[in-house]
Design a protein around this ligand. Structure first.
Ligand code: BF8
Ligand code: SF4
Length: 638
């Protein structure tokens, strides 16, 4: 349990009332949480924090002494630079693989839908399907949508393992960027190829040059950003619809005391989308009523939640660190999980309540959970069976233990690139003009996770507030979006918190100053928006007044995103230090050297107020480069 210093003062752990109240429950009932386990791990290994430990082969494990007194080389002779670069490259490959394998699953569902193997899914956005088909050189004239879908899925499958050429959608980047990638030899090729090549290069005795390893790592991340993740997002739009502005609610207040509550957690919308439809089945609603509930209430968690919120308006219970706490409301009948960011601890937490945990992906089993293997061909049948399981568990709820601690916060989400451009009247011109005129200084993507090492949501919310006050438009994805949504920054009324330039623009358009662009794979929407702006202006992305930030990241996926964002020309500030500080050479490359290579680099700044200053300075520098009116850095009011 939390130590005495933290006990009863949950404001040190979270900025949210719902989390604080659930932490109080955990404390009172001796239920372990992620924060307890973090405390139990202290002190964490200093070698690992610096990236200086290696367990790649059985001559090791090895470590390099950061103080220069102990060994400076592993048994094989690898030095700090090689070891740190290899470790980082493997993290980026794991993150890229996670997103891209998610993309593969969506692509296979598109194939099955096109092939007529399943009736659970339809082609919802036919225009997007046809646009994508054209991009891939597939004609759609006179063809049924299903035929086009099947041909497109097959062409995309080919790209995963392709041995020659480059990814089709990398051609969306500005010409200058594509030329730069070519010159550097990092144009992304097949997604599986780049990931496998990273594992090969980082085997003992292959690539020992830290610069060469990290250049390939950028290429690997680009295969995710302009490949696997982009396929995941685009095909999810084709199947489930391209998001449009939509109202919804966030925080634990979205649970209902008198309804069957089912949480959908993970990342892939394929199963959760059929569950949304199953929950609307009148027979199942009737069944819930016959069990004494008023209805069936679906809520989202993490990125599955973001997918459903963006397209269906499904209410969002919380981000990453809320997954255990939602169970402690005592009001959750069922948590259906797919994959990624699902804590193995959940099954233990659930034992303290009546909540059932159901795993659904054969790639992600959880000891202690019920496993229902999801097969998209039987999508509807499985979706209905799961909803029924939730309903049957309602009678096991102890209403006396139910504690739904807050009222929900309203949010407006659904800002795909298409929705943003449509809100602007069908062209990026008004946004470009507002940036050129200085009403909007620039735009920043705040992305990534929650990490128990950082006060929950403090980094995201503080940074977002500081940026909008400074007339910087904020776009968000993943857990950052849930943090800012819970804090009220996704209500159109939050425009009043923006600076004098951004505020009237948001008010005129009726949009919030923080725009929810989706789940973590949907960071590619930010790439597409940046490309659209750069192409409109006829410049490369690195010339634009843009930045990225991941103030509370924890996941390898966040590192992959950071790498492809930087490799695409966008400066990115990390709030949690990555394990690279054991090699000054690697640090110098990532935080400065890359500027001369890809026109952008990383910074590490745990304090979100200082991160805001770094970002504002960067944006003014880029404005100056484009000869846009600028305010000197010393006049910045933060
Ligand atoms: O993909 S932001 S904690 S939930 S990794 Fe995970 Fe991080 Fe949340 Fe979504 Ni993304
Ligand atoms: Fe040690 Fe080299 Fe093996 Fe790594 S690869 S564990 S540094 S011997």
């Amino acid at each position: 349990m939390l130590n005495d210093a933290r006990k009863d003062d949950f404001s040190k752990i979270t900025i949210n009332k719902d989390a604080a109240e659930m932490l109080r429950v955990a404390q009172a009932e001796h239920i372990e949480t992620v924060w307890d386990r973090l405390e139990g791990q202290q002190p964490q290994c200093g070698y690992c924090q610096l990236g200086l430990s290696c367990r790649i082969c059985a001559m090791g494990p090895c470590r390099v002494d950061p103080f220069g007194e102990g060994p400076q080389k592993g048994v094989c002779g690898a030095n700090a630079d090689t070891i740190v670069a290899r470790n980082l490259a493997r993290m980026i490959a794991a993150g890229s693989s996670s997103h891209s394998d998610h993309g593969r699953d969506i692509m296979e569902v598109l194939y099955h839908t096109g092939n007529g193997d399943t009736t659970a899914y339809q082609i919802t956005d036919i225009d997007k399907l046809n646009r994508l088909a054209k991009e891939y050189g597939i004609g759609s004239a006179g063809k049924e949508a299903k035929t086009v879908a099947k041909e497109l899925a097959l062409a995309m499958m080919e790209e995963y393992g392709m041995r020659k050429g480059h990814l089709t959608m990398a051609a969306r980047a500005p010409k200058a960027r594509q030329e730069l990638w070519k010159k550097l030899g990092i144009t992304p090729r097949g997604i599986d190829r780049e990931n496998v090549e990273t594992l090969h290069r980082t085997h003992m005795g292959v690539d020992n040059d830290y610069v060469n390893i990290l250049l390939h790592s950028l290429r690997n991340s680009l295969s995710d950003g302009w490949g696997g993740s982009m396929i995941a997002t685009e095909l999810s739009d084709v199947l489930f619809g391209t998001p449009k502005p939509i109202k919804s609610e966030m925080n634990l207040g979205v649970l209902r005391k008198d309804e069957v509550n089912i949480a959908l957690h993970g990342h892939n919308p394929v199963l959760s989308d059929v569950i949304v439809r199953a929950a609307q089945n009148p027979e199942l609603i009737q069944l819930a009523k016959s069990r004494g509930a008023k209805g069936i209430n679906l809520v989202g968690l993490c990125c599955t939640g973001n997918e459903l919120l963006m397209r269906r308006g499904v209410h969002m219970a919380g981000n990453h660190l809320m997954q255990e706490l939602v169970i402690m409301t005592g009001a959750l009948e069922l948590m259906v999980v797919d994959y990624q960011c699902i804590m193995p601890a959940l099954t233990e937490t659930a034992k303290c309540f009546h909540t059932k945990i159901v795993s659904t992906s054969d790639k992600a089993k959880f000891p202690g959970a019920t496993h229902v293997s999801f097969d998209p061909v039987r999508g509807i049948e499985i979706g209905e069976a799961l909803v029924k399981m939730g309903i049957e568990n309602y009678s096991n709820r102890n209403q006396a233990r139910v504690n739904i601690p807050v009222q929900p916060m309203e949010v407006m989400a659904g800002f795909s690139v298409e929705a943003i451009v449509s809100a602007l009247g069908g062209t990026p011109k008004p946004l470009v003009e507002a940036i050129a005129g200085g009403q909007i200084r620039g735009a920043v993507g705040i992305v990534g996770c929650s990490n128990p090492k950082i006060k929950q949501d403090y980094g995201h919310v503080t940074l977002a507030k500081k940026l909008i006050e400074n007339d910087i438009l904020v776009v968000v994805t993943g857990c950052a979006s849930v943090a800012t949504g819970k804090a009220g920054l996704m209500r159109p009324e939050a425009a009043s918190m923006a600076g004098p330039g951004l505020k009237p623009i948001c008010q005129a358009l009726g949009i919030p100053p923080v725009l929810h662009m989706g789940s973590c794979v949907d960071n590619v929407r930010i790439l597409n928006l940046a490309s659209a702006l750069a192409n409109y202006l006829g410049v490369d992305i690195d010339k634009l007044p843009l930045a990225g930030a991941a103030p509370e990241w924890y996941s390898e996926k966040a590192l992959a995103i950071g790498a492809y964002v930087v490799a695409s020309g966008i400066y990115t500030v990390l709030g949690v230090p990555p394990p690279v500080f054991g090699s000054p050479n690697v640090v110098n490359l990532l935080t400065g050297g890359l500027d001369g290579v890809v026109g952008a680099s990383f910074a590490v700044e745990p304090d979100p107020e200082k991160a805001a200053v770094l970002i504002r300075r960067h944006i003014e520098k880029k404005r100056e480069g484009l000869s846009l009116p600028f305010i000197k850095a010393d006049k910045i009011t933060l």
